[in-house]
Design a protein around this ligand. Structure first.
Ligand SMILES: *Cc1c(COP(=O)(O)O)cnc(C)c1O
Length: 384
């Protein structure tokens, strides 16, 4: 086998059905979707409105107008946090997030902190679940927003969204969730939240497109981050990229149709993979929550070997390790750190992601290769 892609949490290939749907909008139906005074513009707008409905349908939004197209989940998260912070700053300056949010939420939080907002980071359990008691305590009368991701991108843990939603509703505080790793994989309910971020390239759509769900009833208010022509109900100016919007819509449609089947397939892959690993290797630990977990993501720590070394031993298999190369030193993942996982075990971790185009053979091959390399590395190690 030449190259095997098992990094579906980092990105996914664009489904060819999505590409087919997009193609005409590059050079045939290229009208400006905001030029509705002529037919070409109106046809582009129609395509975009269809896509908006497809996105709304998948996440259970009641009105397609609640979908604001953005360039991705990074921008959607920035718009949610900065937008709410700026609009509601007279009410309070506290924003409650979790310790394991994606960098784009954490960094937006730090930027707001420098502007005088107060960012509270809620710790997580060893399984990566936010501490609900601490979260509830942190939502005081100065709090204006709670932002907790639906599914974590490193370990795949699903957060107790309904409970967090109940806490926020009860306290009258806005609730945002970064659902980039959840949409299309598990059922999400936009109506449980006030704001929800999604990303195209995590669900077999194109890169460079995403959306922010902004609830209409009751209407959630936010300040724009981008100013200009007032598109997207004034919340996100700029000419909409018709092909990308159409692609995101199609990706959402397919995800809705295939979610159940895909969940079953990916669960089988995960079980198969884990069986081979645990049958053949000692001292391997599963990171994350076994019960509240998306099916396609496995995060494992292989005691005594570095994740990076394993990856060097299997160059044909595309996976991720739990260390991030910041400058020249390897830093253990902040997510695993927040889950109180020992530094050495964080360094020995790998994230393996299965997806729509993964095959049985690839899963078996990858598992066997990892077993072989880990055994070899452990034999060579004087510490083992
Ligand atoms: C990928 C990802 C993002 C960033 O999405 P982009 O569309 O690439 O900007 C944000 N949050 C999570 C949880 C992600 O997995």
């Amino acid at each position: 086998m030449s190259e095997i892609y098992l990094d579906y949490q980092a990105t996914t290939p664009c489904d060819s059905r999505v590409v087919d749907e997009m193609l005409p909008y590059f050079n045939e139906e290229f009208g400006n979707p905001h030029s509705v005074n002529h037919a070409m513009g109106r046809r582009a707008k129609e395509a975009i409105e269809k896509a908006r409905s497809q996105v709304a349908e998948l996440i259970g939004a009641t009105d397609p107008k609640e979908i604001i197209f953005t360039s991705g989940a990074t921008e959607a998260n920035n718009l949610a946090l900065q937008g709410v912070a700026r609009f509601h700053r007279a009410k309070g300056k506290r924003i409650v997030i979790s310790e394991i949010e994606h960098k784009c939420v954490l960094e937006t939080g730090y930027a707001l902190e420098r502007e005088g907002f107060e960012i509270i980071k809620i710790p997580v359990s060893k399984k990566g679940v936010v501490d609900l008691r601490l979260l509830e305590e942190s939502v005081n009368d100065r709090a204006i927003l709670v932002s907790v991701m639906t599914v974590n991108n490193e370990v795949g843990t699903i957060q107790p969204i309904e409970e967090i939603s109940d806490i926020c509703r009860q306290k009258g505080v806005l609730f945002h969730t970064d659902a980039a790793q959840a949409v299309g994989k598990i059922t999400v309910e936009a109506s449980r939240t006030d704001l929800m971020s999604i990303s195209g390239h995590k669900i077999y759509g194109p890169k460079g497109i995403g959306a922010l769900y902004v609830q209409l009833k009751p209407r959630v208010r936010l300040s724009p981050v981008l100013f200009g022509g007032g598109q997207e109900r004034g919340m996100r100016s700029g000419t909409l990229p018709t092909p990308l919007c159409v692609g995101l819509g199609k990706a959402c449609e397919i995800a809705g149709q295939e979610m159940e089947n895909e969940q079953a397939r990916l669960t089988e892959f995960r079980e198969c993979f884990l069986k081979t690993i645990f049958d053949n290797l000692k001292k391997v630990y599963l990171n994350g929550d076994v019960e509240h977990h998306i099916p396609g993501c496995v995060n494992l720590s292989f005691d005594g070997v570095e994740g990076e070394s394993i990856m060097l031993g299997i160059p044909g298999i595309c996976i991720s390790s739990g260390s991030a190369c910041t400058s020249e030193i390897l830093e253990p993942s902040y997510v695993l750190k927040a889950m109180s996982i020992r530094d050495d075990l964080a360094h020995s971790s790998l994230r393996i992601g299965f997806g729509r185009f993964t095959t049985n053979e690839e899963v078996a091959y990858a598992a066997n290769q990892i077993v072989e390399v880990v055994n070899k590395l452990r034999e060579m190690s004087p510490l083992w």
